[in-house]
Design a protein around this ligand. Structure first.
Ligand code: ZN
Length: 554
C-alpha cells in the first residue's frame, strides 16, 4: 500500500476516534486554549514527575492525580522526582515555572510562554508528553484539574492533546459556608456533605472558603458560653481546616463583630443601649416589627468589648489558617432592629462617626497584627445604602485603607426583582475614590435567573479584587438549590475565572453550565471523585434528553 495513503488512513482513524470520544468541556473555560489532535496514552509505563516528593503541596496534587487515574482506569502511576529521571517521554510533569528546568525546556521547544499571573498555569499535552507548569503551587493544582477534564477512554486511556495558558481573572474567589453542627438537626447537613462542598468549590477553582459557624458551631474555649448549639469538637474543626487546605482552599473565619446580637444573652452589660433601655428587650419597629431585636452592638467605649472580640479572633484564627478574616460591621445602622450607636453614658458625648471609625480601625489593626487582612462589609459606609444612620457613612473617609471592602453591591447593581437601584451610583468606583484598594462583591443567591443581571454587570468589567457567593439558609443541598445558591455558585465560578468564556447566553455556555451543574450534584450528593463526576457530566450533556437534573440547567 502507498505509504501516503496509510498515513492518511491512520490520520482519519485517529480523527474519528477523537471526534467520537471527545467533547469540549473544561470548566471553568481556560483563558487560552488550542487543542492538538494527538493522544498521550496512559498505561503502566506512564509516570508522574514532581520537583520534590517532600513538598506537601506537590505530594497532595500528585496523589490526587494518581488516585483519580487509578479509579478511572486501574493504572497506578508511579511518582518520581525530577532530578532522578533521564528523559521526559511518557511522563506527566508537574512543576513551577521558571524553577523546573525540565518543564521550561519543554515549553520553549513547543513555543509556549509561561503564565506569570498568580495561580496561573500552562498545560501542554501531545503524544509524547503531558506537563503542567504553574506560576505557583495552586496554579499547578488548577492545571491538574484541567488535565483531568482532558482524560478520555477509547481502546486506550489517554489525555487529549492541548495547549492551554490559563489564569484567574479575579484573585479572590470565595463562597460563604456555614459549618455543620456537632449533631446535625433536621434539614442540616452532616460533615461529609460539608467536605464534599469544599471539594466542589476547589474543583470549580474557587480559592477561599469563608467559614461561618461562630458562635453556634465553633468550639470556643475562652468563651464557651457563646456556643449554644452542639458545637463541633476542636479536632473536628481542625480536620475540616486541614481538609480544605488539602484542596488548596484558604479557610477563613467570618465573625460578626458588629452587630453582635450573639452577645446579648451572655454579655448584656456590654450591649450599647441608652439609659433605661433593656438590651434583652429592645423595642423593634419598621420592617422588623414584631420580631426580636437582632442588630444590637457592643459598646465601642468599653474595653471589655474588645477583650471579648479579641478572644474570639484569637481562637478562630487559630482554627482556620487562611489569610483574611471577615469581621462584619455591615448592619450597625438598623436602629429599628435594635442597633444603637453612641447612646450609652460612655459614648453619648462622642462623635458617632469617629467612634465608629476608631472601632473598625482597632479591630482591623488586631487582625493585621496577626499577619492577616481584615474584610469589612460595606453597607453602612454607603449613604445611598442606608448609611445615613448617625452619618456613619462618613467613616469611610477615616477607616484605614488596607482593609478589603466586601460590597453588598445593592446600590451599584440591582439585587433581585423589583429592588432599588441608584442610577449613576457605582460602588466600586466610590470605594476606589475613597482610597480602598481591594474591593470584593458579594453575590447573593436568587431564586431565578433574573438575579444573574447582577453578575452580568460584574463580569470582567469591574476593577475588583474578587467575588464572594453567599446564601441565607442552612447548608442543605436541596435548600441551597431552591434559593438559587448552587446556580449562583456555578455561574460565579465560571465568570470569576474567565468572564465571558463561553459568551453569555450562548449555546456553549448552556452546555458548559449544565456540565458543571451535573458534576456539582455528583460530587455533593453522590460522593463522586472528580473523574467520576466528569464522566457523568459529559454523558449528561451528550444525552440531554436523559433523566435527572443538569441537562435542563437553564
Ligand atoms: Zn457605649
Amino acid at each position: 500500500m502507498n505509504i501516503k495513503l496509510v498515513v492518511v488512513i491512520i490520520f482519519l482513524i485517529g480523527r474519528i476516534g477523537v471526534l467520537e470520544a471527545e467533547d469540549n468541556f473544561i470548566f471553568p473555560a481556560p483563558m487560552e486554549r488550542t487543542d492538538i489532535n494527538q493522544k498521550f496514552i496512559i498505561d503502566s509505563n506512564t509516570y508522574l514527575v514532581v520537583p520534590n516528593k517532600g513538598d506537601k503541596g506537590f505530594q497532595d496534587i500528585a496523589v490526587l492525580l494518581q488516585e483519580e487515574i487509578k479509579r478511572y482506569c486501574g493504572v497506578e502511576l508511579k511518582i518520581k522526582e525530577e532530578k532522578g529521571i533521564g528523559g521526559s517521554k511518557g511522563a506527566i510533569l508537574l512543576g513551577l515555572l521558571p524553577e523546573s528546568k525540565l518543564i521550561e525546556r519543554n515549553i520553549v521547544a513547543v513555543k509556549i510562554n509561561p503564565v506569570k499571573k498568580l495561580e496561573g498555569y500552562v498545560l501542554y499535552v501531545d503524544k509524547n508528553i503531558a506537563l503542567v507548569g504553574g506560576a505557583d503551587v495552586r496554579g499547578v493544582y488548577y492545571g491538574v484539574l484541567t488535565l483531568l477534564q482532558r482524560i478520555y477512554k477509547d481502546s486506550n486511556v489517554y489525555i487529549a492533546g492541548t495547549k492551554i495558558r490559563d489564569w484567574p481573572h479575579f484573585e479572590y474567589r470565595a463562597m460563604r459556608l456555614s459549618l455543620p453542627r456537632g449533631k446535625p438537626r433536621k434539614g442540616e447537613t452532616d460533615k461529609s456533605y460539608f467536605k464534599n462542598f469544599l471539594r466542589a468549590l476547589s474543583f470549580f477553582k474557587m480559592n477561599y472558603a469563608m467559614i461561618e459557624g461562630f458562635p453556634w458551631a465553633v468550639p470556643l474555649k475562652k468563651r464557651p458560653g457563646l456556643n449554644w448549639h452542639d458545637p463541633l469538637t476542636l479536632e473536628e474543626v481542625k480536620e475540616i481546616n486541614a481538609y480544605g487546605n488539602k484542596y488548596f482552599l484558604k479557610m477563613c473565619p467570618t465573625i460578626a463583630s458588629a452587630p453582635a446580637a450573639w452577645a446579648v444573652r451572655f454579655y448584656p452589660q456590654l450591649i450599647e443601649v441608652a439609659e433605661g433601655e433593656d438590651p434583652q428587650n429592645l423595642k423593634t419597629w419598621g420592617y422588623r416589627k414584631g420580631k426580636e431585636a437582632n442588630r444590637q452592638n457592643l459598646c465601642p467605649s468599653n474595653e471589655e468589648s474588645y477583650k471579648l472580640l479579641f478572644d474570639i479572633y484569637d481562637e478562630m484564627t487559630g482554627m482556620f489558617n487562611g489569610d483574611v478574616v471577615n469581621i462584619g460591621i455591615d448592619e450597625v445602622h438598623h436602629e429599628g432592629a435594635g442597633s444603637r450607636w453612641a447612646v450609652c453614658d460612655r459614648c453619648k458625648n462622642k462623635d458617632p462617626v469617629k467612634l465608629f471609625a476608631d472601632f473598625v480601625n482597632r479591630l482591623s489593626r488586631y487582625i493585621i497584627k496577626k499577619g492577616k487582612t481584615p474584610i469589612i462589609n460595606s453597607t453602612v459606609l454607603i449613604k445611598e445604602h442606608g448609611g445615613y444612620f448617625k452619618d456613619l457613612y462618613k467613616a469611610a473617609d477615616l477607616i484605614r485603607k488596607d482593609v478589603i471592602i466586601s460590597n453588598w453591591s445593592e446600590t451599584h447593581i440591582r439585587h433581585g426583582k423589583g429592588s432599588r437601584k441608584v442610577e449613576g451610583f457605582k460602588s466600586t468606583e466610590y470605594f476606589k475614590n475613597k482610597g480602598f484598594k481591594k474591593i470584593i462583591h458579594l453575590v447573593s443567591a436568587g431564586a431565578n435567573w433574573n438575579d444573574r443581571e447582577e453578575l452580568k454587570e460584574v463580569r470582567g468589567k469591574l476593577d475588583a479584587y474578587g467575588v464572594v457567593v453567599a446564601h441565607y439558609s442552612g447548608m442543605n443541598f436541596e435548600t441551597l438549590n431552591n434559593n438559587g445558591t448552587l446556580r449562583e455558585l456555578i455561574f460565579s465560578a465560571e465568570n470569576i475565572w474567565s468572564p465571558d468564556l463561553p459568551a453569555m447566553g450562548s449555546e456553549d455556555e448552556k452546555k458548559q453550565l449544565g456540565y458543571a451543574y451535573t458534576m456539582l450534584r455528583e460530587i455533593l450528593l453522590n460522593n463522586k471523585m472528580f473523574m467520576e463526576a466528569i464522566e457523568v457530566g459529559r454523558a449528561k450533556q451528550q444525552n440531554p434528553a436523559g433523566k435527572g437534573k443538569g441537562a435542563e440547567f437553564h
